[in-house]
Each structure stands twice: as structure tokens, then as C-alpha cells.
Design a protein around this ligand. Structure first.
Ligand SMILES: Cc1cc2nc3c(=O)[nH]c(=O)nc-3n(C[C@H](O)[C@H](O)[C@H](O)COP(=O)(O)OP(=O)(O)OC[C@H]3O[C@@H](n4cnc5c(N)ncnc54)[C@H](O)[C@@H]3O)c2cc1C
Length: 429
């Protein structure tokens, strides 16, 4: 057995990081660290930890990045067994050699199988394949007491569902068996069918129709952006001028198409332009870089006309890896399709009113798509739409750090969910 490496940092304020190489290492680390709780991380650097370093009592970090092997592919059964720290992009590459692929992958290449399963995991293919966790067949885990166990769809199913989506609090996933699908992501060509809207009502109306009747769309996504009225100071004593608000939405469905030589050439050009924009956006730090990063975000809405399935899955990673930074309030819900329209309008009105009343938010944006999850369907008897709002906090706002105000808005969201039978995608905030 390889011993577990601990990397103590010289600064006491930084967490101690453990890098287990196998399940026995994980067991020992959990047992040795008790009763102090551990923070579990999937990969190299937690995407989510950048904005929020985590609670101060969680000073021991256990990262599974060295447990990253794709252990076995059963091509006939379309199954793959992986260690929890394996990156989805690496699993997908291994599967491609067998004519297979993962049905759901996250929007950037560093996401690990254990980390994604632990949050549920959604993508723009969720209207076909549900959540990443719907495609997990079995798990190996270490529980908070340091005991090793196994579970699966038909074996300790309660425990299985508690650990999936448990965000590391209900057990540390050490290995997973995943369901793959037959697909050639590098040679499946998609063409984008985009609809643009200047009014929110029209956007939501189109969105619900497209979620209910996706046709042969392989990927689908709707984005809405609503900037705060921009105020510019006039010369002293003459007040402000208001430049107005930009309100804009786009729904995109990506359908299979046949690749011609011209299409391939256009795709090559488009992908080069997006990579350059991504590099510029990544380099443009601080407040001064905001316009560049916003331009990169805009480019996402104008996704290319043709691209391969693999390019489309990682479009956000190519264009906008570091653009969406800064303090924000986030809320994400699964709304049953029968109440989807009401939920979307009520959340939109809630955030807009808060912005008007408290001047707390700048840009309010929303992302949405369908989710046909067998797990959610079993609980409610319906398919769902995913609706996620991101409200950028005004930097000098009295709202920043005002936990009572944030609590109030959170309660209002909970009321909407209760009355419309929607569910929070809880840990997403
Ligand atoms: C709640 C939530 C939902 C998200 N949903 C999506 C999404 O649908 N699509 C998308 O593209 N991105 C999503 N993200 C952003 C990000 O891509 C995911 O968090 C992704 O899981 C990050 O993968 P990671 O391997 O870096 O995990 P981390 O960021 O390190 O961990 C993510 C969460 O899983 C826990 N965790 C990590 N590894 C394990 C493990 N082996 N066993 C048990 N728990 C573990 C962590 O403690 C943490 O709570 C989401 C983020 C959050 C917080």
C-alpha cells in the first residue's frame, strides 16, 4: 500500500491537503482526522473554492486527484469503472476508442467523476439523459466514520441516493461504475438553431415549448441577460443620466447534421476565433477587464452554426473559463414542467424587484434547459426544467455581506418552490 501524502503548508491559515492513492488511504485519513470534518475535493483545484474558501472549521482537505484511473471498460455492456478522481474528459477519451461516450459531461475539462456525481451533475444534454448521477450504476465509498462500503441502483439503494448529490457530506466516493452510450463525439456534427428575444415573456414561452418538444436536439440551452440601468455622472451638479437596460435572451437547440467540407472549414475558423477570445478574456483581469470578459460571455450566446458534439460540450470551457468571477448570489431549481413558466416568472420578478428596491444586484442572468431525470421523475411523476439565476452583487452595495437580506431572499425562493412543487438544486449556491 502506498502511504498517503500530506502536504502541510507553511501558513497555518491554509488547509492541510491529503492526496490518497487508494481507498485504504482514504479510510485511514478519515479515521485519523476524526472528529474534525474533512473537505473533499475532486480535482486539481476546486472551481467552486475560488470565491469561497470554505468554513474555517474545515481545515483538512482530501483531494482525490491522484485516484484518477479509468480502470475497466466493458464495451458490450457499455459500462466503465473509474476511480473517483478520474476526469470526465479523460474517461470520455478512453470510451471513444470503443465507440462510446459519457451521456452527461460538465462544462469544463477538469471535472472529476466523484465530484460531479456528488453534486448531481447537469449539462445541456440533460433533456435526453437526466443528471450525471442518473447514469451512475454503482459506487464504492468511505463513510464519515471511515468505513468502506459499496452500493448501487439495486443494492443499498437508499444509501446510494444519499451519497449521490450529497456533496461529500454523506460519504466520500472512491470508485464508480458508469453507464456509457454509443456515440462518436468527434464525428457527430451539430447545427445550431438559435432564437433571440428582447422580451422575457416571449423567451419563456419559447423555452417551455422547446423543452417539452425537443425533437432530435442533442443539446439545448436558453440564456437570459438583464443588465441594471447604467448610470453615468454628468458634470458636477447636473445629476446622472440613465443609459437604459439591456434585456436579451437566446434559446439554442443543436441538431445533428451532415458535415460537408465547407462546414468543416467554418468550424475550424470558428473554433480558432473562440480560443483567441477565451485567451484574451482569461488574461483580462480585474475591473478593467470586465468589458472583455462580458464580450466573451456574449460570444457564448452566439455559438457557432456548426460544430462537433465534443466541441459543443466544452464550448464554455474554451471561451469563458475565467470570465464569470466576482461576488454573486446564485439560485438554481428544478421546476416540474407543469409549473415551469410560473416558477421562471416568479423568480425573475423576485430578483428584479430586489434589484430595484435595494440596488443590490447589477447583472441578473438566467440559464435554463430540460432535465429528464428518472430519479426526479420517480419523486414527482413529471419531467423538469432546470432554471438557474446568477445575480451579480453591486461591489459597494450595502447588500454585500448582509446575511439577513440574503436569508430573506432565500426564504422567498423557498416559498416559490413550495407553492409550485419545485426543488432547489441546493448546493449550487
Ligand atoms: C452544487 C453544484 C452543482 C454544480 N452543477 C454543475 C453542473 O450541473 N454542471 C456543471 O458543468 N458544473 C456544475 N457545477 C460546477 C462544477 O463543475 C462542479 O462542482 C463539479 O462537480 C466540479 O468537479 P470537481 O471534480 O472539481 O469537484 P469539486 O469542485 O472538488 O467538488 C464538488 C463537490 O463534490 C464534493 N466531492 C468532490 N469529490 C468527491 C468525492 N469523490 N466524493 C464525495 N464528494 C466529493 C466536494 O466536497 C464538493 O462539495 C456545480 C457546482 C456545484 C457546487
Amino acid at each position: 500500500m502506498v502511504s498517503c501524502e500530506a502536504m502541510s503548508t507553511s501558513l497555518a491559515a491554509l488547509p492541510e491537503e491529503y492526496l490518497p492513492r487508494d481507498t485504504a488511504d482514504v479510510v485511514r485519513t478519515v479515521r485519523d482526522s476524526r472528529p474534525q470534518p474533512l473537505t473533499v475535493r475532486g480535482g486539481e483545484r476546486s472551481v467552486d473554492s475560488e470565491d469561497e474558501p470554505g468554513p474555517p472549521d474545515r481545515r483538512i482537505v482530501l483531494s482525490l486527484r491522484r485516484m484518477n484511473r479509468v480502470q475497466a471498460v466493458d464495451a458490450e455492456a457499455r459500462q466503465v469503472r473509474v476511480q473517483a478522481g478520474a476526469r470526465l474528459s479523460d474517461i470520455d477519451r478512453t470510451l471513444a476508442a470503443h465507440g462510446l461516450g459519457l451521456p452527461i459531461v460538465g462544462d469544463h475539462r477538469e471535472i472529476t467523476a466523484g465530484g460531479f456525481a456528488a453534486v448531481g451533475g447537469l449539462s445541456t444534454a440533460s433533456h435526453r439523459y437526466g443528471m450525471f448521477s442518473d447514469n451512475v450504476l454503482a459506487l464504492e465509498y468511505v463513510d464519515p466514520e471511515g468505513r468502506f462500503g459499496t452500493c448501487g441502483r439495486n443494492h443499498h439503494a437508499d444509501r446510494f441516493h444519499r451519497i449521490l448529490g450529497g456533496a461529500g457530506r454523506t460519504g466520500i466516493i472512491t470508485a464508480l461504475t458508469l453507464q456509457a452510450v454509443e456515440v462518436d463525439k468527434d464525428h457527430t456534427w451539430l447545427t445550431s438553431d438559435a432564437h433571440r428575444f428582447l422580451d422575457f415573456d416571449g423567451f419563456v414561452e419559447h423555452t417551455i415549448a422547446a423543452i417539452e418538444q425537443p425533437g432530435d436536439a442533442m443539446l439545448q440551452v436558453g440564456r437570459w441577460v438583464d443588465t441594471a440601468p447604467l448610470r453615468v455622472s454628468r458634470p458636477v451638479g447636473t445629476g446622472n443620466i440613465q443609459l437604459g437596460t439591456v434585456r436579451f435572451g437566446q434559446w439554442s437547440s443543436l441538431h445533428p447534421t451532415t458535415a460537408t467540407t465547407t462546414l468543416r472549414a467554418r468550424r475550424e475558423l470558428g473554433s480558432r476565433a473562440r480560443k483567441s477570445l477565451g485567451a484574451i478574456a482569461s488574461a483580462a483581469g480585474g475591473r478593467a477587464g470586465m468589458p472583455v470578459r462580458n464580450a466573451a460571455a456574449g460570444a457564448l450566446m452566439f455559438s457557432p452554426k456548426v460544430l462537433t458534439l465534443r466541441d459543443a460540450e466544452y464550448l464554455a470551457d474554451t471561451v469563458i473559463s475565467t470570465s464569470e468571477r466576482g461576488p454573486a448570489y446564485r439560485a438554481a431549481v428544478f421546476a416540474p414542467l407543469s409549473t415551469y413558466t410560473a416558477v421562471f416568472h416568479r423568480l425573475h420578478d423576485l430578483f428584479s424587484e430586489y434589484r430595484e428596491r435595494n440596488e443590490c444586484f447589477t447583472v441578473i442572468s438566467a440559464l435554463t434547459y430540460g432535465v429528464r431525470s428518472p430519479y426526479l421523475h420517480d419523486r414527482t411523476g413529471e419531467d423538469h426544467g432546470f432554471i438557474s439565476f446568477t445575480c451579480r452583487l453591486r461591489p459597494a452595495s450595502a447588500f454585500t455581506g448582509r446575511t439577513d437580506a440574503l436569508r430573506e431572499i432565500t426564504h422567498a425562493i423557498d416559498d416559490i418552490c413550495r407553492s409550485e412543487r419545485a426543488h432547489r438544486y441546493a448546493a449550487a449556491e
